[in-house]
Design a protein. Structure first.
Ligand code: G6P
Length: 614
């Protein structure tokens, strides 16, 4: 949510900042801006409504010179997306400019105090309050920028990653973080700042991730120093960025989302390698070796997550309950954090997050830890906040996901949950060796089976044209496939803006059936052997009301195929693995319908990839 970039060094800052903004545009893209101090000591701020490309066009005839600068791409919280509300924000006298990701919760009271002192405000944002407050302290105490920032931050309640520059000191950027991510890249006599490592990787592999309540003083001559807001020096280990540039580029695909859908066979292979042995006879997790007593003997699991990760959590519940016979609850992190959860000894909280930065999930983890739970993270983004604040965990290893609608992270999360459930079941002896081997061998075949499903891309693209003008969609599934239906509906909503709902198939008759008519497409995931007849009856009920059915079936199924309007076939696999196959055509369906409607699939309206605010 909002992307931050900063640069100080010998090169011209603006091209580096703009490239960085492009890399971070998945975080928010309703307006963007840059601020540089030029060689004459002038502090320039340029902002534009719209995408980074709109900002670039706006900059064509501007003085964008300077070797120090900060830049921002916004996802609006306070105030509509427009040029005035875009960041960077100037302080009243024009000496400071500041960018911010997060929410200043007490901005209204701080603003009133500043208004009483004669300050006026151009924007509706909480961020402008912060830059004015810093200026107020700088002028009041005639202090340097660092002291003013520290004074201001002690007054602030909320979440922030900020960077601020001062016309009176063109050699320094001050940055700080609380609950919103911030990374400092260390080059040779040049330094970078960004919300994540993707803008840094072209220039350096050395990075320091700021912790909550820390400030970075980045000085052109003296290098970087870290301290707490209270002023205590902090020593940081430098981490290595393990990221390949190719992984954050489109690589010939028209969209990141399509690339990420097609990457899934390789991603899931990477996710399994090192965990399942090559002949598929055993599965191991280092975290279970290290923390087995907590995890294997858990009395109950509580899964907390948001969005697509929450859907993966629902599949995780079925997997863990079926294989390990341990009860599992799945909670929206945003609800859990404000609940009064009953957490007892032996409870393990599993937090699932692609970005590792979701504010609600972080808060849920904090609450769980406070209540004494052991917290296990399933995260994609290496070194992210959630990865760092859990007791143990597993990365899903699917590489950076840039398309805002999650695809490969979802199947990666489900793959980790599957392996985890099998590993715990093995330790608890709730699965026999033969059953384990059979399950692992089936799992190892999933990447190739996904490849087979992807071959239907063209068919799904032509099927999508039929549904371009649909206003509503229903998705149905049962058992393991019920969360697949929810996720399929979410994908369609997110990128095509078509209203879509997912239901457990049998619930249809308790309400949604009233919506069915010739205008209503219904996607039915019908791969369940156990409940086959029942799903067939649901399909008959839809057809009896003229609904148009797209069925996802197992290859060779000619019973359902005869009844429905359109069929998408999946290779046969074990019942618990169908979510990994069935999600693929639903991702493609959403993608192609959105393309037919001319929507921006990688950056859908109003959404952001990393939701670092409540
Ligand atoms: C946002 C994204 C979703 C994602 C959700 C949870 O809404 O647009 O794709 O599923 O956040 O994010 P996380 O990074 O915690 O998985």
């Amino acid at each position: 949510m909002c992307g931050i970039v900063g640069y100080i060094g010998k090169q011209q800052a603006c091209p580096i900042l703009l490239k960085g903004l492009h890399r971070l545009e998945y975080r928010g893209y309703d307006s963007a801006g840059v601020s540089m101090i030029n060689n004459s000591g002038e502090l320039n701020v340029f902002k534009a409504k719209g995408k980074v490309a709109d900002l670039e066009a706006f900059l064509a005839d501007k003085d964008i010179s300077g070797t120090i600068g900060i830049a921002h791409t916004r996802w609006a919280t306070h105030g509509v997306p427009c040029q005035v509300n875009a960041h960077p924000h100037f302080s009243s006298s024009g000496i400071l400019s500041l960018i911010h990701n997060g929410i200043i919760e007490n901005y209204a009271s701080l603003k009133n105090k500043l208004i009483e002192k004669g300050y006026t405000f151009a924007s509706e944002t909480d961020t402008e309050v912060l830059v004015q407050l810093i200026e107020y302290y700088k002028l009041k105490y005639n202090s340097d920028l660092l002291s003013a920032v520290r004074r201001a931050l002690t007054q602030v309640i909320g979440a922030y990653a900020i960077a601020v520059i001062d016309r009176e000191n063109p050699d320094e950027i001050i940055a700080a973080r609380k609950s919103s991510p911030l990374a400092v890249g260390l080059g040779d006599d040049e330094y970078f700042l960004a919300s994540d490592a993707t803008p840094l990787v072209e220039y350096t592999h050395k990075v320091v991730y700021l912790e909550d309540g820390e400030i970075a003083v980045i000085n052109r001559h003296n290098g970087v120093h870290f301290m707490t807001i209270q002023g205590e020096e902090v020593d940081h280990e430098v981490s290595e960025i393990n990221l390949d540039l190719g992984a954050i580029e489109k690589g010939g695909y028209s969209h990141f989302m399509l690339k990420e859908i097609f990457e899934q066979p390789d991603c899931l292979y990477n996710c399994m390698s090192g965990r399942i042995n090559v002949d598929g006879t055993d599965v191991r997790f280092s975290s279970i070796t290290d923390f087995g007593d907590k995890i294997v003997n858990a009395r109950r699991f509580i899964i907390v997550a948001c969005g697509t990760s929450w859907h993966a959590g629902l599949i995780g519940k079925s997997l863990i309950e079926n294989f390990c016979r341990i009860p599992v609850e799945v909670a929206y992190a945003s609800e859990f954090r404000y609940s009064n959860p009953v957490i007892s000894e032996g409870d393990v909280v599993i937090a699932i997050s692609q970005s590792g930065e979701t504010a609600d999930t972080l808060a849920a983890i904090e609450l769980a830890r406070k209540n004494g739970a052991f917290v296990y993270g399933i995260v994609n983004s290496v070194g992210s906040s959630i990865a760092r604040c859990t007791h143990a965990g597993s990365y899903i290893h699917v590489g950076p996901e840039i398309g805002v609608a999650s695809t490969k992270a979802f199947t990666g999360q489900v793959t980790v949950l599957t392996m985890l459930a099998l590993c715990i079941a093995k330790e608890r002896k709730t699965i026999t060796n033969e059953e384990l081997e059979k399950a692992l061998k089936e799992l190892l075949q999933i990447p190739d089976k996904i490849r087979e499903v992807l071959e239907q891309n063209d068919n799904i693209a032509s099927l999508s044209r039929t549904f371009t003008y649909a206003h509503n969609f229903i998705y149905l599934g049962r058992g393991y496939n019920y969360p697949v239906a929810l996720e399929g509906a979410l994908k369609l909503k997110e990128i095509s803006y078509i209203h879509a709902e997912g239901y457990p198939a049998a619930e249809m008759k308790h309400g949604p059936i009233a919506l069915i008519d010739a205008e209503m497409p219904v996607v039915v995931v019908a791969t369940n052997k156990a409940l086959y007849e029942k799903i067939l009856s649901n399909i008959q009920e839809i057809k009896a009301r003229q609904g148009r059915v797209i069925a996802v079936v197992v290859k060779g199924d000619d019973t359902i195929s005869k009844v429905v309007d359109y069929v998408i076939e999946l290779p046969e696999t074990a019942e618990f693995l169908y979510p990994l196959l069935a999600s693929i055509p639903l991702q493609l369906l959403a993608y192609h319908i959105a393309i037919c409607k001319g929507k921006d699939v990688d950056q859908p309206r109003n959404l952001a990839k990393s939701v670092t605010v409540e």
